[in-house]
Design a binder for this molecule. Structure first.
Ligand code: ATP
Ligand code: MG
Length: 226
């Protein structure tokens, strides 16, 4: 029997629960995960030429040029992930990246997590850390015993600059500007599958059902062809 490989991309704004949904996909389906951010950071750690080049952009908070990321990601997909089902995270970030990916691989689907900005801002706003130890709390989901203070040391908790509402709002806007053309591109190709919701626990069963049905369809088509 021919067994086709399952190739997916996951997209979603920072704080949308992309990490949670990805880890559940990996837990329940036989997928390998490839994050372009992790791949770039590994190159930087290893001191490769690509890593040195990429680090200049990453430090400034800019996107790494398409050529460089495309080359790294495609090389990884062709070597270490050859013959595997995979879930791509953080790539493609631009339309040229999406086009380059298409030239080498045909995707099964693109998952987009659509979580309202206000929900994300509220969620991140509740996050407090104990600076010294890195212990994190959440006013709603994981509150400290005494509001505003670390459980272990009793020292005051602080909010990371990244987690302040105005910073989060700016990040969400820049994500939106970046991702809109890519989402449009995938919408046109019919690959885009959107999941709208407020919480990962609400979104996850739908992602799971969707992936299961897609895999079943693939299997049936493969059986038909034999
Ligand atoms: P997240 O909160 O989702 O981790 P992030 O901005 O830290 O968001 P990463 O995917 O970890 O995103 O990437 C870190 C950095 O690496 C980005 O800011 C960018 O400079 C670079 N990068 C990662 N993927 C790409 C890509 N596909 N194209 C261009 N640059 C990329
Ligand atoms: Mg990151």
């Amino acid at each position: 029997m021919i067994s086709r490989l399952f190739r997916a991309v996951i997209m979603g704004p920072p704080g949308s629960g992309k990490g949670t949904i990805s880890s559940r996909i990996l837990r329940d389906f036989a997928f390998k995960h490839l994050s372009s951010g992790d791949l770039l950071r590994a190159q930087i750690r290893d001191g490769t030429i690509a890593g040195v080049q990429a680090s200049h952009y990453i430090e400034r908070g800019e996107l790494v040029p398409d050529d460089l990321v495309v080359q790294l990601v495609l090389a990884e997909l062709r070597s270490h992930l050859k013959g595997d089902n995979w879930l791509l995270d953080g790539f493609p970030r631009t339309v040229p990246q999406a086009q380059a990916l298409k030239e080498s691989f045909s995707l099964s689907c693109v998952l987009n997590l659509n979580v309202p900005d206000e929900v994300i801002i509220d969620r991140i706003k509740g996050r407090w850390v104990h600076a010294e130890s890195g212990r994190t709390y959440h006013t709603e989901f994981n509150p400290p015993k005494v509001p505003g203070f670390d459980d272990v040391t009793g020292e005051p908790l602080v909010q990371r600059h990244d987690d302040k509402p105005e910073t989060v709002r700016a990040r969400l806007n820049s994500y939106k500007n970046q991702s809109t053309p890519v989402l449009e591109y995938y919408r046109k190709t019919g690959l885009l599958q959107e999941f709208t919701g407020r919480e990962s626990n609400e979104i996850w069963p739908r992602v799971r059902a969707y992936l299961s049905s897609l895999i079943d369809v693939q299997r049936e088509q493969d059986v038909d062809r034999v």
